[in-house]
Design a protein around this ligand. Structure first.
Ligand SMILES: [Zn+2]
Length: 83
């Protein structure tokens, strides 16, 4: 991904790169809650929880999972992914 200029590009990148199931309406900037690709399959309770908070903005994207603490982002032309 080179230049960040639309929420749709960010959303598609997140879907392809990380398997994040962003809702279809995530084609505009904003905050979205969705399933976490890292920990959703480990959930026995609260299977319908949407622990992953994703923020799409003109500066890039940031995400944080309230359940497994997976977080990362993309902005300013570089990845800020952390594991
Ligand atoms: Zn998680």
């Amino acid at each position: 991904m080179s230049e960040v200029n639309s929420a749709g590009v960010l959303a598609d990148w997140l879907r392809e790169e990380h398997g994040v199931k962003l809702p279809r309406r995530a084609d505009s900037f904003g905050n979205f809650n969705c399933e976490c690709p890292k920990c959703q399959h480990t959930r026995k309770k609260h299977k319908r929880d949407r622990p992953l908070r994703v923020k799409l903005s003109q500066d890039g994207c940031l995400w944080f999972c309230h359940h497994c603490s997976w977080k990362g982002g993309y902005g300013g032309g570089r990845r800020v992914d952390r594991k």
